[in-house]
Design a protein around this ligand. Structure first.
Ligand SMILES: [Mg+2]
Length: 198
């Protein structure tokens, strides 16, 4: 058991962390004429209207189709089982919409782990990661402090958001070691989430 397992509040990124990643961001950005070197949400929000609204609507349609076919990561399920068993609370903080998060978690069979559904936050609930706002909002809703919480994700924005909010941070590297410049943002790096409970 990793020492972090003592912490009573766990905040999870969704896509690629709890669920099998299915979004082809490069293809979507190419299709909509967005710069390949910027994150999708950032590039879209920087567009002038009415293009901004059009692309945001296209993102909603794209995400909805993927959400309805979502599958859980086995190693994430093992960690969630252990956390719930020991009485920890689990939260989701995603750059997806909040509605999309519910559809995804339901389709993947993960919704029952998030007993307090106020702790499922999307990009419409707070300034998106890497800003700390979403993590801080989870803490506020849970009545918790940063020292009681862990932020878990598979992308540098996840661990940046956690670190910026003062929580412990876990980066899951299922596809090999993360880039060097991501590492200073995480306290723990694991190949699979279930190594935290072994
Ligand atoms: Mg992710």
């Amino acid at each position: 058991m990793h020492a972090l397992l003592d912490r009573p509040l766990w905040v999870f990124d969704m896509d690629g962390t709890l669920t099998v990643p299915a979004h082809d961001f490069a293809a979507f950005k190419a299709k909509h004429g967005l710069p390949a070197d910027r994150d999708l949400l950032g590039a879209t929000l920087a567009l002038p209207e009415p293009r901004r609204r059009e692309v945001l609507d296209a993102i909603d349609v794209w995400e909805d189709a993927i959400a309805r076919a979502a599958q859980a990561q086995d190693d994430a399920v093992a960690l969630l089982d252990a956390l719930v068993e020991q009485g920890a609370r689990c939260a989701v903080l995603t750059r997806n919409s909040r509605e999309g998060a519910f559809i995804t978690l339901e389709a993947a069979g993960l919704l029952p782990y998030f007993v307090d559904q106020d702790l499922i936050l999307g990009r419409d609930c707070a300034l998106a990661k890497p800003a700390p706002d979403g993590v801080l909002e989870v803490l506020r809703r849970a009545g918790s402090t940063p020292a009681e919480a862990v932020m878990v994700g598979d992308w540098v924005f996840d661990v940046m958001a956690g670190r910026n909010a003062g929580t412990a941070t876990v980066l899951v590297e299922r596809h090999g070691p993360a880039p060097e410049d991501w590492r200073s943002w995480c306290d723990v790096r694991v190949e699979r989430l279930d190594v935290l409970i072994s």
